[in-house]
Write a protein that binds this ligand. Structure first.
Ligand code: COA
Length: 260
């Protein structure tokens, strides 16, 4: 599959979505955002896809942010729609029924950092750079960084990055918990696909409920969230996959999951 600005490759149960606009370091314009939303919606509904990987074309950039040239001409109402579109994509990455992994292969700035933050797990290359430079443009983040950066790290660090626009390298991002692992550039995609394939071998329904329960850990009331966890946990016992996984362990064999 391919489209203007996006490349989609499916290997086994792992789909890799590559932002392909290297001339502008994979900056996201409206056309590309709409394509990305449609693609994630399709992949989310495809039972043949177990895990979605997001990365950028080339060896310099993951996503260098929203398209500044496009943004420069926007009216307030257009800017509102642009913010809502980016937020909708981030929300989909965060809540879709399958794991999403950001393979950050270079600049993850502004909207690029925000898309990475919305993925379930972030892996980075040694040359990756993160930042929220909107303040340098006289604006503020609009695709979720004001919420997700503090939740991924801590509020003081989030405010420092958002209020200064400072770019941080992969080593600092790792130290601060912004990413889970850093790899030499040529090892990033193999490491990402290895993790993705491992996740994709699990029960799709268990993956979804595990993601849904864990998504609540930084929101709301812990008492209600634990009741919700117990509800999802007990619901698992209605699935073929739970019967299969539990009996495969007892019978000392490899489990084979079907997603129901
Ligand atoms: N939107 C639109 N175009 C962008 C872009 C963005 N977010 N980021 C980079 N580009 C374009 C540049 O305009 C340039 O295009 P040109 O060749 O037509 O002039 C091209 O990508 C290469 O970028 P350039 O700035 O020449 O590369 P560099 O190596 O000197 O610097 C960056 C790389 C990422 C540091 C720099 O491009 C940058 O600061 N980009 C903006 C990042 C940003 O503020 N993102 C948040 C937006 S809300």
């Amino acid at each position: 599959m391919s489209g203007a600005g996006l490349r989609i490759a499916v290997d086994g149960r792992v789909a890799t979505v590559t932002i392909n606009r290297p001339d502008v370091l994979n900056a996201l314009n409206t056309e590309l955002l709409e394509e990305l939303l449609a693609t994630l919606t399709d992949l989310g509904a495809d039972p043949g896809v177990g895990v979605v990987v997001l990365t950028g074309e080339g060896d310099r950039s993951f996503i260098a942010g929203a398209d500044i040239k496009e943004m420069a001409g926007k009216t307030p109402l257009e800017a509102r729609a642009y913010s809502e579109l980016g937020q909708e994509i981030a929300h989909k990455l965060e809540t879709m029924r399958k794991p999403t992994i950001a393979a950050v292969n270079g600049y993850a700035l502004g909207g690029g950092c925000e898309m990475a933050l919305a993925c379930d797990v972030r892996l980075a290359s040694e040359n990756a750079e993160f930042g929220q430079p909107e303040i340098n443009l006289g604006i503020i983040p609009g695709w979720g960084a004001s919420q997700r950066l503090a939740r991924a790290t801590n509020i003081g660090y989030a405010k420092e990055l958002i209020l200064t626009g400072r770019r941080v390298d992969a080593a600092e991002a790792l130290e601060r918990g912004l990413v889970q692992h850093v790899h030499p550039a040529d090892e990033l995609m193999p490491a990402t696909w290895k993790m993705a394939a491992e996740m994709a071998s699990k029960s799709p329904v268990a993956l979804y409920y595990a993601k849904e329960a864990t998504n609540r850990s930084l929101h709301g009331d812990i008492g209600g969230n634990l009741v919700h966890e117990a509800d999802l946990y007990s619901l698992m016992f209605s699935t073929d996959d739970a019967r299969e996984g539990l009996s495969a362990f007892v019978e000392k064999r490899q489990a084979s999951f079907v997603g129901k």
